[in-house]
Design a protein around this ligand. Structure first.
Ligand SMILES: O=C(O)C(=O)CO
Length: 352
């Protein structure tokens, strides 16, 4: 059901509400389809704005594609999350009213930017909302993997803990290590800032181009892709998933890495060739991997990666906490602003 509490209130003041009158007034308001249950505060802003009517897929599970294609028909705005593919088919289904798409995510590989651009649809996203959370999670995965915490807990629980042994489950040390960052942005910097107190010797990074401003913040050296592979004791993948980065972490990378190297991916599963990673981990080409993201998600429980002791898997935890709410509220406000005053684009985080 499409709702706007304020519109209903206003209408009641003007004329004791008839269902038809209400519907007529409602039908003039821009429609926003919200593809997933969002925090109640965010919805209140939509409700109380009186400037849009919205409908929400009120579930923690993704809206089925067929339903989504029906629901977006005639919408002015779509607020989506990363499970919804916003592609040519969906834009066609939405029709010519659609003016703005806003995704509650930092990654935007689920949006077909070319198709959105072609249709002049503005796109908002929520960068920055999870920089600290992802950095913390990356450090947690890195330590859990390098210090073999999951394995060690399993051994302790299942009787593997015999006597004290000199190098049993020792893992790998961050002190004096070289940490490589693949794709230096806000998150890469935040990871390095957190790792520095662990006495890392050197930060290196590679990217499509040098990023001196960010690199200076963490005294990171720009190196080629191959040099990053060869030098890193720990490698954190922080790049966006694009056609250029798709499958970039493959045999070519793993075969150049050190035997003691730890590979951590908290960006997108698509940047990794998982067959190659499995091979690299199972043959001892690299020491371990910690993955928050995989292809597909969820990773089927029978996937070979789950059989490996040296591969920590984490179920792409959203990492979107309080700060997200603030950002997301702004995003929703942007939706009405952009729909109402066609020329006024709040320059916060529009992608196209
Ligand atoms: O916002 C994103 O892109 C995420 O991956 C959240 O987990």
């Amino acid at each position: 059901m499409w709702c706007s509490r304020t519109a209903l209130g206003r209408l009641r003041r003007i004329a004791p509400c008839t269902v038809t009158g209400f519907h007529r007034a409602m039908s003039t308001l821009p429609k926003v389809y919200v593809t997933r249950k969002v925090p109640p505060d965010g919805l209140d802003i939509l409700r109380e704005s009186g400037q849009v009517q919205f409908e929400m897929w009120d579930s923690d599970e993704p809206v089925p594609r067929v339903e989504l294609l029906k629901k977006v028909k005639g919408c002015d705005g779509i607020l989506c999350v990363l499970t919804e593919k916003i592609d040519a088919q969906l834009l066609e289904a939405a029709g010519p009213n659609l003016k703005v798409v806003s995704t509650m995510s930092v990654g935007f590989d689920h949006l077909s930017l070319d198709d959105l651009k072609k249709r002049g649809i503005r796109v908002g996203y929520t960068p920055d909302v999870l920089t600290d959370c992802v950095a913390e999670l990356t450090v947690a995965l890195l330590l859990a993997t390098s210090r073999r915490l999951i394995e060690a807990t399993h051994e302790a629980k299942t009787g593997g803990w015999g006597t004290w042994r000199t190098s049993w489950l020792c893992g790998h040390e961050l002190a004096n290590s070289t940490v490589g960052i693949l794709g230096l942005g806000r998150i890469g910097v935040a990871i390095a800032e957190r790792l520095k107190p662990f006495k890392v010797k050197k930060f290196i990074y590679t990217d499509v181009e040098q990023r001196p401003e960010l690199a200076n913040m963490i005294e990171a050296e720009y190196v080629s892709f191959d040099d990053m592979a060869k030098q890193s004791d720990f490698l954190a993948v922080c790049c966006a998933l694009t056609p250029e980065t798709h499958g970039i972490c493959n045999w070519n990378l793993f075969s150049k890495m050190k035997k003691n190297a730890i590979f951590i991916n908290t960006s997108r599963g698509g940047v990794v060739n998982q067959e190659d990673l499995y091979e690299a981990l199972s043959t001892g080409l690299i020491a371990g991997a910690g993955l928050d993201v995989t292809t597909p998600e969820p990773l089927p429980t029978h996937h070979p990666l789950f059989t490996l002791k040296n591969c920590g898997k984490h179920p792409h935890v959203p990492n979107l906490y309080n700060f997200l709410l603030l950002q997301e509220h702004k995003r929703m406000i942007q939706i009405y602003l952009s729909i109402k005053k066609k020329k006024h684009w709040t320059p916060l985080t529009f992608i196209v």
